[in-house]
Write a protein that binds this ligand. Structure first.
Ligand code: NIG
Ligand code: FE
Length: 403
């Protein structure tokens, strides 16, 4: 007996190999104790649906996908940077704004000054937009505190969001996001503080599921990044990396060397870096929202990623500076129109490969027996419509762990 039996559905299982989108037409899904116990064509059911489950859910011929995974966000922060958007439209560059005390450090100021309630309320609103479009798993980074108290506060709020909404939250410690004003000109001392004090505290408090760094000419050097990664390794926490967003800084190869879950942005990564990632099983996370919003012009080498068999994930990078994006469906469209991903690659990027980028590939990201019953029902005629439409939201219903 299933708890719930979904019938009258077309399934985009996103299982690799086989039919496009892993599609099963006129399918059914049997759910028990929050997990998928069985799926297949309805014709393969061993009897009348009513006799097989406590509840029968008629999907009205909807398409059903795995719950969507947004594997790279900075959802918790104070204020916004609409003023910098306006400055850029009046001619200033992202680097000039950063060097003039704007950029990440201005959000650090606003985040330190914000009340707990303000941070929770604004992050919840952004999370709500993602959930309305079928997101059931989201990664949330720290990195706008850059001191012990505020980094911990951001991570605690991220955990709280996961405890109070129907979503799995994975937290990522991003203490090495920028040098805070109190360490100005002393980046190495700040890295010592992050690697030896803040990160161990966050891990001991159970607040860091992964560790990330901003490895870039306007961020931290590969050597500084390695010091944070070595600390993560000692603490037994997996790593991810903001890599090669503005220059080829060797970030992709560095991430691969540490067996990172993912390297993210990777617009400037060389073919050798991409090959190293593929060999290490490091997922490449594409962030077309940031590419679009900053009007970047150097495309990620999607051809090399395909050729080397690197898994491509896709995320919103939701943040106030480079990607104020709260729509995972728009990220699908941007990835297809700008990066020329196929709609199937894009959907795999926010399901199977997004889950893998969070170390959740074994339990989430596809519709398969044994995996979590995180399912989204869409009023569409074909899966491509999820990437095709802009500003539409055909999400009808979401099941998180079967309910
Ligand atoms: O992913 N590149 C570093 N971090 C963010 C931008 C953060 C900001 O500008 O506030 C990103 O693009
Ligand atoms: Fe980011």
């Amino acid at each position: 007996m299933f708890d719930t039996l979904v019938v009258n559905a077309n399934l985009a299982t996103m299982r690799p190999g086989g039919a496009a989108y892993g599609a099963v037409r006129d399918g059914a899904i049997g759910i028990k104790a929050g997990r998928i116990e069985w799926l297949g064509p309805r014709a393969d059911l061993s009897g009348a649906p009513e006799g097989l489950a406590t509840e029968v859910l008629d999907a009205e011929r909807a398409w059903v996908t795995p719950g969507l995974v947004d594997c790279h966000t900075h959802l918790v922060y104070g204020g916004n940077r609409a003023n910098e958007f306006e400055m850029r439209l009046n001619g200033a560059s992202y680097e000039e704004i950063a060097q003039a005390g704007g950029g990440i450090v201005s959000t650090v100021r606003a985040t330190r000054d914000a009340s707990e309630n303000e941070l929770v309320a604004t992050a919840s609103a952004r999370l709500g937009s993602l959930l309305a479009e079928g997101v059931t798993t989201v990664e949330i980074k720290s990195g706008y505190g850059l001191d012990l108290a505020t980094e911990m506060r951001m991570l605690r709020i991220a955990r709280l969001l996961g405890d109070t909404a129907p979503v799995t939250v994975k937290t990522t410690f991003l203490g090495a996001h920028a040098v805070p004003v109190e360490y100005k000109g002393r980046a190495d001392a700040y890295i010592d503080f992050v690697a030896n004090e803040v990160l161990p505290d966050a891990v001991r408090a159970g607040l860091a599921d992964a560790v990330d760094c901003f490895c870039e000419n306007i961020g931290f050097t590969p050597e500084q990044t390695m010091r944070v990664f070595d600390s993560a390794k000692r603490l037994g926490v997996p790593v991810k990396l903001h890599a090669d967003q503005r220059t080829d800084f060797g970030g992709a190869a560095l991430a691969a060397k540490y067996g990172a879950l993912s390297a993210d942005h990777i617009e400037y990564s060389s073919e050798a870096g991409i090959a190293a990632m593929a060999a290490a099983g490091t997922v490449g996370v594409l962030l077309p929202g940031a590419y679009y919003f900053l009007r970047e012009a150097h495309m990620p080498d999607i051809g090399a990623m395909r050729q080397h068999g690197m898994d491509m994930a896709l995320a919103t990078d939701s943040n106030p500076g480079s990607s104020p994006l709260v729509s995972i469906l728009l990220a699908l469209n941007l990835a297809c129109t700008i990066f020329r991903l196929t709609p199937e690659e894009a959907l795999a990027g926010v399901t199977r490969n997004g889950a893998k980028a969070l170390g959740m590939g074994a339990t989430h990201g596809t519709i398969e027996a044994g995996k979590a019953a995180d399912l989204v029902f869409w009023r569409i005629g074909a899966p491509v419509e999820l990437a095709y439409a802009m500003g539409a939201n055909p999400c009808m219903k979401v099941l998180k762990s079967g309910v």
